[in-house]
Design a binder for this molecule. Sequence first.
Ligand SMILES: NC(=O)c1ccc[n+]([C@@H]2O[C@H](COP(=O)([O-])OP(=O)(O)OC[C@H]3O[C@@H](n4cnc5c(N)ncnc54)[C@H](OP(=O)(O)O)[C@@H]3O)[C@@H](O)[C@H]2O)c1
Length: 269
Amino acid sequence: MSDQVAILGAGVMGETLLSGLLRAGWTADDVVITERRAERGKELAARYGVRVLENLDAAAGADTIVLVVKPQDISSLLAEISPVLRPGALLVCIAAGITTEFVEQRVPDGVAVVRVMPNTPALVDQGMAAMSPGKHCDATHLDRARALLEATGKVMEVAEYHQDAITAISGSGPAYIFYVVEAMIEAGVLLGLPRATSTELVVQTLYGAATMLKETGEHPTVLREQVSSPAGTTMAALRQLDDHKVRAAFLTAMEAARDRSRQLSSGTA
Ligand SMILES: NC(=O)c1ccc[n+]([C@@H]2O[C@H](COP(=O)([O-])OP(=O)(O)OC[C@H]3O[C@@H](n4cnc5c(N)ncnc54)[C@H](OP(=O)(O)O)[C@@H]3O)[C@@H](O)[C@H]2O)c1
C-alpha cells in the first residue's frame, strides 16, 4: 500500500483500526501512531512493530490522518496539527458527533474531511462503518477512506444528515443486542438451565440467526414466520413480547439515542 496512514490516538478504536490494517495487508512501514501516554505508545510499538511519533510529525508525513481521540479532545488536536496539514491530505474523523464542518473550520482550506461512525464489532473484523464526505472530498478521498475502513468490516457511504440516526442504529446497536442476549441468558437460568449452558445456547442462537439473515437475504419477518407454528411455543412467547410493547420500546429507544446524538453534536449537553 502506498498510502501513508497516521492514526492519532491509539486507544480502543485506534488499536482496532491499526490491527485491522495490518491484518488486511498494510505493513508496519505504512502506518504510524501517536499516543498521549508514552507507556501506551511503547506497548503498541512492541505489539505491532509500528512507529510511534509526535502528532505534528505523524500528521506532516501522512497522506491519510485518522483522528481517533475522544470528541472533547478533537479541537486541541486539530489546533496542534493544522499548521502542517498539506493540501491533498485526507482527515478521517472517527469522533462521535463531530461534524465535517467543525473539522473543516479548524484546518487549512482544501483539506479533505471524511466523518465516520464505526462500531465495536470492528474488533473482530465485522464492523459496520458509515462514512460521510465533507465539502472538499472527491471520489479518490472516499476510495482511500473506504479502503482503510474495509480493513475492519463493511463500509457504507451516507449523507451526513443521517449520522445521528446511524449512531442510534449501528453505532450503539451492539449494546442493544448484548442487552437482549443478557435477558435471554437470564431467562434460561430462570427456567432452570445452568448459566454456562444458557449462555452457549443463546450465543450460538444469535450467531446462527445473524448468519441466516446475512446468507439467505430473506426478510426477518419470513425467517421469524418459519419458527412460528400455529398455536405453538414461539407464538406464545411473541404474543408476550407484543403485549409488553417490546417493538414500540425499540422504536422509542432508538429515537432517544438519535436525539442524544443530536444534542451531543450541537454541544448543548
Ligand atoms: N468505542 C466505541 O464503541 C466507539 C464507537 C464509535 C466511535 N467511537 C469514537 O472513537 C473515538 C475514540 O474512542 P475510543 O473508545 O478509542 O477512546 P479511547 O480508548 O479513550 O482512545 C483515545 C486515545 O487517544 C489518546 N489521546 C487523546 N488526546 C490525544 C492527543 N492529543 N494526541 C494523541 N493521543 C491522544 C487517549 O489518551 P488518554 O488515555 O491519555 O486519554 C486515548 O489513548 C471517540 O471519539 C469515539 O467517539 C468509539
